[in-house]
Design a protein around this ligand. Structure first.
Ligand SMILES: Nc1nc2c(ncn2[C@@H]2O[C@H](COP(=O)(O)OP(=O)(O)O)[C@@H](O)[C@H]2O)c(=O)[nH]1
Ligand SMILES: [Mg+2]
Length: 234
C-alpha cells in the first residue's frame, strides 16, 4: 500500500509522461478516470522506505473547467488527498507555463516545481535562476532532465520533504490590498451558498473577477446569484 500520493501536472509536452516513466518504470498501469473517457496512468515507486503512488495528470494550460481534462486535473487537486503536486515546467516557455502554476496555487496545491528542458532553454539563450524562482513562488524548484536521471535524486528527496512539510500556496500569492479586499468580500457572498463550495471560494472569486464563463454559468444556478453578481461588478 502506498503511503504517499503525488500527481504530475503541467502544460502539454513538458515531459510529464517521460518523468512518469522514469519514476515508475514497469510499475504502472493505464485505465480511465472514474466515470470519464480520459486515460489515467498510475504507477508507483519506492524511495527511502516510502511507497509513492504517482498519477500522470492530463496536460493543461489552465484549470477553469473548459475541458474534461481541466476538470479531471482540477478535481484531483481539490478532492483527492494527494500529498504533493509536481508541476513540470518547460524552462524554454516559462512564462506561459507559470500561468498554470498560479492557477494551482489559487487552489492551494502543495507544489514542487520540476524545471525541465533546461538544456534546450539554455540553447535558446535563457538562463533560469531556480533559486530565485523558488523564492518568488515560495515552493521548491528542482532542475531536472526527465529523459535522463539528471536531478532525479534531488527531486525525490524534495518531494518527500514537501509531503512532510506542506505549504499553503494560496497564502503565497500576493495581491494588492484593494484586490485582496474585493476578493475577501466576494468570498463572503459566495460562501452564503454552500452548494458552490465544492471548490475553494477564493478560487471562485478570482475566476469571477477574470470573467470566466464556466464559473459565471455555475453562479447562474445559485440562489445567491444576484448578490454575487452585484459584488463582482462593484
Ligand atoms: N530534450 C529533452 N526532451 C525531453 C525531456 N523530457 C521530455 N522530452 C521530450 O519532450 C516530448 C514531450 O514529452 P512527454 O513526456 O510526452 O510530455 P507530456 O505531454 O508532458 O507528457 C517528448 O518528445 C520527450 O521525449 C528532457 O528532459 N529533455
Ligand atoms: Mg503525457
Amino acid at each position: 500500500m502506498a503511503n504517499l500520493k503525488i500527481g504530475l501536472a503541467g502544460n502539454p509536452n513538458v515531459g510529464k509522461t517521460t518523468l512518469f516513466n522514469n519514476l515508475t518504470g514497469l510499475n504502472q498501469h493505464v485505465g480511465n478516470w472514474p466515470g470519464k473517457t480520459v486515460a489515467q496512468a498510475k504507477g508507483h515507486y519506492k524511495y527511502n522506505g516510502n511507497e509513492v503512488e504517482v498519477i500522470d495528470l492530463p496536460g493543461n494550460y489552465a484549470l477553469s473547467a473548459h475541458s474534461i481534462e481541466e476538470i479531471v486535473s482540477r478535481d484531483f487537486i481539490v478532492d483527492e488527498d494527494s500529498d504533493v503536486i509536481v508541476n513540470i515546467i518547460d524552462a524554454a516557455n516559462i512564462e506561459r507555463n507559470l500561468y498554470l502554476t498560479v492557477q494551482m496555487m489559487e487552489l492551494g496545491a502543495n507544489l514542487v516545481v520540476a524545471l525541465n528542458m533546461n538544456k534546450y532553454a539554455q540553447d535558446k539563450g535563457y538562463t533560469i535562476d531556480a533559486n530565485k524562482l523558488s523564492e518568488l513562488l515560495g515552493v521548491p524548484v528542482v532542475e531536472i532532465e526527465a529523459n535522463r536521471d539528471i536531478g532525479k535524486e534531488e527531486l525525490l528527496k524534495t518531494i518527500e520533504h514537501a509531503a512532510a512539510n506542506p505549504v499553503n500556496t494560496t497564502e503565497r500569492l500576493v495581491y494588492n490590498n484593494e484586490l485582496k479586499e474585493h476578493i475577501a468580500e466576494l468570498q463572503a457572498v459566495i460562501e452564503e451558498d454552500k452548494n458552490l463550495l465544492d471548490v475553494p471560494s477564493s478560487w471562485i472569486a478570482i475566476k469571477l473577477l477574470e470573467n470566466d464563463e464556466i464559473i459565471e454559468e455555475k453562479i447562474e444556478g445559485s440562489s445567491k446569484r444576484n448578490n454575487i453578481v452585484r459584488e463582482t461588478e462593484r
